[in-house]
Ligand binder design. Structure first.
Ligand code: GLN
Ligand code: ZN
Length: 768
């Protein structure tokens, strides 16, 4: 029996990689210093795993920006627009130009696109392919890092994304071919890589083919068969580990079980029954080993050793211990680095902390599980085992987690709770009467610029350098100025600006029961950007109003409507580490009830328009289509529960960022928000087509300008977009707003853009 790891966090315990990259980009450190930082992180990671007792330690899991971009460079898939840059710059600068764009020395090229890595919050750089795409071994990173570890006396297992998944992760940049057609040409470069690694005496190589967890076409499945047979034929001595994660193999299982590979890795956290399926099928080839991903690489919970040992026993009984490897479910880049770096505080108490395991702790769990399963140590006198049992037992019964009032409330939800009193057509009449808004009403999505100053107040307040009173006074002043600006510029529905919020999820998490936070629990989101997700550990409830004070204050300043601003239950769930001791739907419903309480309190305080942001609904969709409808049922219901307590004439808005709506438009309509604002300007209103074709019945605000850019759009541009929108949506359903919140923008561009936006709306009104 062996221990196996698929990948280790590369950001460094104290985000050293972020700091080094950003300093390098700012010209503050040399390329040598940057390289040294990378080398140091790799060394620490390898040694940590070696000391812990991991047999198969990954290499090439390190990356300065993203592992998919690394591979694009490795196989020479470099879009032609970077040709100039590649001639005049180092390969590192070429690499960063592809990741971030480059604008210096007269050169000006845009970055490659970025998108989410499956259903995680990690973003990768999307490969670009042309019809005559050529591949060649361009970067030898994977070989260099293998040698680098060798020099330290550590024989690693290089990991890379398999050729089928690599192609599927990318995009065709011209018509007339499918990227999977490129497989033959691409495979030749993989041969070159394998050849070189073989010359270095590599023993194991891990190929990640996470697309095996998705619904594949026959052509794609055949490509898998073709590729792994071809590799095996040419390199029969290399032990190939085929890794799948994030969901089951599903209908791809038969294909996978027929492959001539050394080991198949299973994600038994996301797909518990996969092992049974394989045992029952009787189709595991006698020379193939199984890597059991029993430790959750995507969450922060301590493993349940009893459960894992039962799974391992099942596998060893069926196949023999020497064919079994123990592993985390997926790469640990989705886990924070080290729980030992967290000091105890008021919310992260020792009782709560004992339930957690971060990457370093998970590595130890892998090793201890093997020792226990292999009888190297005995459960009765293993301290690790006893401690694990106690922590898990304690979690099952802890009063910190279980709140009967919340559980009962969820259990007694009825259909009344997720339905507004009347259908939209009736609500609409009442809202028109009360709100008295013009045609093409203007609004914003919520946040206004979070200046360095505003951030510094929060930092000072947290350090105790500002009193609550001083901090609140500063925020009030900022809010008042923002209200005045919106009044002067003629915006119809105002917002308070969200200056009191650090982050749209953390702000709510901090005020809800059942949440805790880490000081150093960073996880890479993209490039040098890391996030620190809140942790939902217990039943969620809302002890006190969370936003009423600010909404009420802002409303008191103006006779115009001020919109209350909340984050929705699905988004709070999606952007947190969530409980694994109950269904996601259950946790989401609890959050929905807490948000519902807030909505009701806002209404009571006289707020007539309330926005519940749900930008994460679309990204929460499961990987396999057969699971979509179940997810959408509970997710949409959670939103409805949060929104449905109010009177007919209280207007509920929701907001969603850049999403394809086509295949979920019925579900979006089922949310039954009175108004939805969406991101639309970058697609030139194309995203609106889904709503138009569906004849979306409620009101809609397609974003008319891109908030990701400092560029100020002219009135005429926005009029054009609004005319486009008016051509497909009845004008009395249309709102006018930017694409998203303005917190990353500066004040002067924000003011100019909003003044132009209001002018555009006015012009549209005159035209009718
Ligand atoms: N109300 C939030 C804001 O304006 C919405 C952010 C988002 O959709 N990502 O910042
Ligand atoms: Zn948004």
């Amino acid at each position: 029996m062996k221990t196996n790891n698929l990948g280790y966090p590369r950001i460094g315990n104290n985000r050293e990689l972020k700091k080094a990259c950003e300093s390098y980009w700012a010209g503050k450190i040399s390329i040598e210093e940057l390289t040294a930082t990378g080398k140091n992180i790799r060394k620490q990671n390898w040694q940590l795993q070696q000391n812990a007792g991991i047999d198969l330690i990954p290499s090439n899991d390190f990356s300065f920006y993203d592992q998919v971009l690394d591979l694009s460079l490795t196989v020479g898939a470099i879009p032609s627009r970077y040709e100039e840059i590649s001639k005049t710059n180092s390969s590192t600068d070429l690499y960063f130009a592809m990741a971030r764009g480059a604008q210096k020395n007269g050169q000006d090229v845009v970055a490659m696109e970025m998108t989410k890595w499956f259903d995680t919050n990690y973003h990768y750089i999307v490969p670009e392919f042309t019809k005559n795409q050529e591949f060649k071994l361009f970067s030898e990173k994977i070989i260099d890092e293998f040698k680098e570890a060798n020099d330290l006396g550590i024989k690693t297992k290089p990991v890379l994304i398999g050729p089928v998944s690599y192609l599927l992760l990318g995009k065709e940049k011209e018509e007339g071919f499918h990227r999977i057609d490129l497989i033959g040409r691409l495979l030749l470069v993989y041969f070159d890589i394998l050849e070189k690694l073989q010359n270095e005496n590599v023993e194991y190589i891990q190929f990640d083919e996470p697309f095996l967890a998705l619904n594949l076409t026959d052509q794609e499945r055949n490509a898998i068969t073709y590729v792994y047979n071809a590799i095996n034929k040419r390199f029969p001595k290399i032990k190939l580990i085929l890794a799948n994660y994030f969901d089951c193999f599903g209908e791809n299982l038969a294909t996978v079980l027929a492959l001539p590979v050394d080991t198949i890795h299973l994600d038994l956290v996301r797909c518990k029954l996969q092992l049974d399926d394989i045992i029952e099928s009787g189709k595991l080839l006698s020379h193939v080993n199984l890597s059991l991903g029993v430790i959750d690489g995507r969450n922060i919970w301590k493993n349940d050793f009893k459960n894992s040992l039962a799974l391992i026993k099942k596998a060893t009984d069926a196949f023999g211990a020497n064919r079994i490897l123990i592993a985390p479910s997926c790469s640990l880049i989705h886990s924070p680095c080290d729980l030992d770096l967290e000091s105890n505080d008021a919310t992260l108490t020792p009782e709560i902390k004992q339930w957690f395991a971060f990457a370093k702790q998970k590595i130890n769990e892998v090793v201890v599980l093997k020792q226990l399963a292999y009888n190297e140590i005995n459960t009765t006198n293993s301290l690790h085992f006893q401690e694990n049992i106690i922590a898990n037992e304690n979690r099952k019964s802890s009063k910190l987690i279980h709140n009967d009032t919340v559980k009962n409330r969820v259990a007694s939800i009825t259909t009344n709770d997720d339905n507004r009193q009347n259908p939209f057509s009736i609500r609409r009449e009442k809202q028109i009467e009360v709100l008295k808004l013009p045609l093409f009403p203007t609004t914003t999505i919520g946040s206004f610029p979070q200046t360095i100053e505003v951030r510094s107040w929060r930092a000072k307040f947290k350090k105790g350098e500002l009193t609550q009173q001083q901090y609140d006074d500063l925020l009030k002043k900022e809010t008042e100025e923002t209200i005045r600006f919106q009044e002067e510029s003629g915006i119809d529905v105002l917002v308070h600006g969200e200056f009191e919020r650090n982050d749209m999820v953390e702000y709510f998490g901090e005020q809800l029961e059942g949440f805790t936070f880490t000081k150093n629990g960073w996880v890479q989101s993209y490039g040098s950007r890391c996030v620190k997700p809140p942790i939902i550990y217990g039943d969620v409830s809302r002890p006190n109003p969370m936003t009423v004070k600010w909404a009420q204050f802002a409303q008191s300043l103006t006779p115009k409507w001020v919109k209350g601003m909340l984050t929705g239950p699905v988004t709070i769930l999606q952007w947190s580490f969530v409980r694994n001791d109950q269904a996601r739907s259950e946790t989401c419903t609890q959050i929905a009830l807490a948000i519902r309480d807030e909505v009701m309190d806002l209404e009571k305080a006289g707020i007539k328009i309330i926005q519940i942001d749900e930008p994460a609904i679309r990204e929460g969709l499961p990987l396999r289509k057969e699971e979509w409808s179940n997810y959408l049922d509970w997710a949409i219901k959670a939103f409805r529960i949060s929104a449905s307590g109010v009177q007919d004439d209280t207007q509920i808005h929701t907001h969603m960022c850049y999403s394809e709506f086509n295949d979920i438009i019925q579900n979006i309509a089922d949310m039954d928000a009175d108004v939805i604002t969406i991101e639309c300007s970058r697609s030139q209103m194309e995203l609106l087509d889904a709503f138009a074709n569906f004849k979306y019945p409620n009101e809609i605000g397609p974003g008319v300008y891109d908030i990701h850019s400092p560029r100020v759009p002219a009135k005429e541009e926005m009029v054009k977009l609004l005319e486009k929108a008016s051509a497909v949506i009845p004008i009395d359903q249309l709102w006018v707003n930017p694409d998203c919140g303005l917190k990353t923008r500066h004040w002067d561009e924000t003011k100019k853009a909003l003044i132009e936006m209001v002018a555009a709306a006015k012009q549209m009104r005159i035209a009718v």
